[in-house]
Ligand binder design. Structure first.
Ligand SMILES: *Cc1c(COP(=O)(O)O)cnc(C)c1O
Length: 293
């Protein structure tokens, strides 16, 4: 399935006046819709579904979710039916935004649930009810993070990546991608995650899925929370894009790059550090104002 998509990924070295080197691994180039890390997160979930004889997937997301967009596209491409449980009952009667309209055009059935109901999405009772309601469907959790997603994200790093870099940076939402990077990294490498959300819970989530300790997560650049922005962040994003001809979006990758450039400016990294930045894609949402809740 996913091997039908040719992965042509380039490495872009940034021109900086700094004593470190920064190379961006452009996972955003893998595919326009199954973008960035979502390719790796979905790969083994779809394979598992197919092996179980299920050609239907059900998953969850917010109205601007890159995961919903990627799942809808992958389902259509590989001949799966798909259901998206979308946070926000009030959206039911409104015109669909770009993400949801595209998902629906691709054949995803959208079900809107209240924010309160949505919060139960990981509770065993709620999942049991869903499974009874949709017995034929393969369930993929919110943000697509589970053991199979982590297995897929281990494939983001090549043997050269393990050898050629000292620090690996990525944006963090649920932490699935970062966990895969940690698991795949060499012991001499340090994995630095920039959280798009406020809070310490991500640290314990990642801790539960890996026994390695060569990593750190910072929420210092999350601008107050998920999908929140600041004039400084937006201005940084604009000038960074102009200078480096590298597209970013404000929910994940701009926050990561903002944080990384700030740390480099503070001489946080030893001189000579070779930094690899994973561009996780997500550009489908770049022209929208992401859901602030
Ligand atoms: C989904 C997403 C992330 C977060 O990935 P997690 O595995 O949930 O941490 C990061 N960057 C982009 C662009 C994304 O779309």
């Amino acid at each position: 399935m996913f091997d039908r998509i040719t992965q042509s990924v380039t490495y872009q070295q940034l021109e900086l006046n700094a004593p470190v080197t920064v190379t961006v691994k452009r996972l955003d180039q893998i595919h326009a819709q199954i973008s960035g890390n979502k390719f790796f997160k979905l790969k083994y979930n779809f394979l598992d579904a197919e092996q179980q004889g299920l050609k239907k997937v059900l998953t969850f997301g917010g109205a601007y979710s890159n995961h919903i967009a990627a799942t809808a596209y992958a389902a259509q491409l590989f001949g799966f039916a798909s259901i998206g449980i979308i946070r926000g009952e009030e959206l039911k009667d409104k015109a669909l935004n770009h993400t949801l309209a595209t998902a629906q055009q691709l054949g995803m059935q959208l079900h809107f649930v209240s924010r309160q109901h949505y919060r139960e999405k990981n509770s065993p009772v709620f999942l049991e009810q869903l499974q009874q309601h949709y017995p034929e469907y393969y369930l993929i959790p919110e943000g697509g993070t589970n053991a199979l997603a982590i297995q897929g994200c281990k494939e983001i790093l090549t043997a050269e990546d393990r050898h050629n870099y000292d620090v690996i940076c990525c944006a963090v939402g649920t932490g699935g991608t970062m966990t895969g990077l940690i698991e795949a990294s060499s012991n001499h490498q340090h994995i630095l995650g920039f959280s798009a959300l406020k809070g310490d819970f991500l640290k314990s989530d990642v801790q539960q899925s890996t026994s390695k300790q060569n990593w750190q997560i910072s929420d210092a650049y999350c601008c107050g929370g998920y999908a929140k922005t600041s004039p400084e962040l937006l201005q940084f994003m604009q000038s960074f894009q102009n200078r480096h001809h590298l597209p970013l979006e404000q929910v994940y990758t701009a926050k990561m790059m903002y944080g990384l450039m700030d740390l480099i400016g503070q001489n946080h990294f030893p001189a000579g550090s070779r930094i690899l930045v994973i561009h996780t894609g997500g550009l489908q949402g770049r022209h929208t104002n992401a859901d602030p809740s």
